[in-house]
Design a protein around this ligand. Structure first.
Ligand code: COA
Length: 330
């Protein structure tokens, strides 16, 4: 991800006494208490160990390359937001505030969101902005996004408790076999992702899915970098056509806590759907995680992706949270 540094420092005093300042005025020691607060929130809401992400963000803050804003009240950082530039796209990386600060008629998150949206929309060459606000309940910070013409996509955070639910059966067709993810799978998996999400709502939310190049970039980020948990090779599988040896389905799993897995991707080529291949991939991942004494497997899904949502329900996943993705196209 390319980090540009052309944002002018801004000082915006708010009537409430909260100031919104350029994030690059701050160092990790100013932000650490807030990120520790956020780490506790991720643990409580999503059983997600956010510590390594928080450390990575703090390192970026110290190197002054992270564009974004800090909300300051009485000399204390009570909220922050940052974004990254990926060619002509701006992606909101995080938006978080210590909920103990309540401003009448507004909130620190909304102030931060307003600043981030304004900055990105005014950045030359930025034609698209994406944001997924996992720790925020759907609707909680929608106003600044919706006002500025973003489309809003409610998404679900679902969890399968592995200790209390029965084992899912592997029940796919004989022409298909399964094996663990390997280095050779990047290119074929990128093709599967591009084909699986053609015309799909998730490629409105994440435009990487729309091209082979973007899907490869997505895979690289998931497998090689710890942004969305640590990739778990042993719990990640591909479905292969026995005769042609073509990859026709993929499930990628990361570890977001010592004992919690997270499905970062699951998709099947359209012509192979409805034959329990997706279900079998999820079964394989859960068998692996159970054998290692994991407690849960989580995933996120767009609420209007009803086929996927009902499959997850049937397999025992429960809805834990509803959050929003926002997209703006200039
Ligand atoms: C979601 C997805 C991975 C499921 O894979 P799959 O192999 O089709 O799943 P299964 O066959 O195990 O189960 C799908 C359900 O839809 C039914 N179905 C029937 N025809 C179908 C079709 N043409 N397409 C999708 N589902 C179909 C299945 O019978 C099954 O219903 P059930 O749960 O009541 O038994 C797959 O549809 C897909 O790749 N979708 C596009 C990408 C996507 O949305 N990924 C999930 C993101 S969170």
């Amino acid at each position: 991800m390319g980090l540009h540094t052309h944002i002018e420092p801004q000082r915006t005093p708010q009537p409430s006494g909260v100031e919104i300042l350029d994030l690059r005025h701050f160092s990790s020691h100013h932000l650490r208490p807030l990120l520790e607060h956020e780490t506790r929130t991720w643990a409580n809401l999503m059983s997600w160990d956010y510590r390594s992400s928080a450390e990575m963000i703090l390192r970026y803050i110290d190197s002054k390359i992270l564009p974004g804003y800090a909300a300051v009240e009485n000399g204390r950082v009570c909220g922050y937001a940052f974004f990254v530039y990926e060619s002509s796209k701006g992606v909101v990386g995080d938006l978080y505030a210590d909920q103990s600060i309540r401003i009448p008629g507004s909130s620190v998150e909304r102030l931060l969101a307003t600043h981030v949206v304004e900055t990105l929309q005014q950045s030359p060459g930025i034609h698209r902005i994406e944001a997924q606000l996992l720790p925020h309940e759907s609707g909680a910070v929608q106003e600044p996004f919706v006002q500025e013409g973003f489309r809003q996509y409610p998404r679900l955070f679902m969890v399968l408790p592995l200790k209390t639910r029965p084992q899912i059966q592997i029940s796919s067709t004989p022409e298909i076999e399964f094996r663990r993810w390997g280095e050779q799978d990047f290119q074929p998996a990128a093709s599967v992702i591009t084909a699986a999400y053609r015309g799909h709502i998730d490629s409105d939310i994440n435009d990487q899915y729309r091209s082979l190049h973007g899907s490869l970039r997505f895979l690289n980020n998931i497998v090689r970098f710890p942004g969305c948990g640590v990739f778990d090779n042993n719990a990640s599988f591909v479905a292969v056509h026995r005769l042609t040896r073509a990859v026709i389905g993929v499930l990628l799993c990361s570890r977001v806590r010592e004992d919690v897995g997270h499905v970062t991707q699951v998709c099947i080529l359209p012509e192979y759907r409805g034959r329990h291949i997706g279900e079998s991939l999820i079964a394989l991942a859960t068998h692996e995680l159970r054998s290692r004494n994991f407690n849960a497997l989580s995933l996120t899904v767009t609420e209007s992706n009803t086929k996927a949502v009902s499959l997850y329900h049937r397999l025992g996943f429960e809805i834990k949270r509803r959050f929003d993705a926002f997209v703006w196209e200039g």
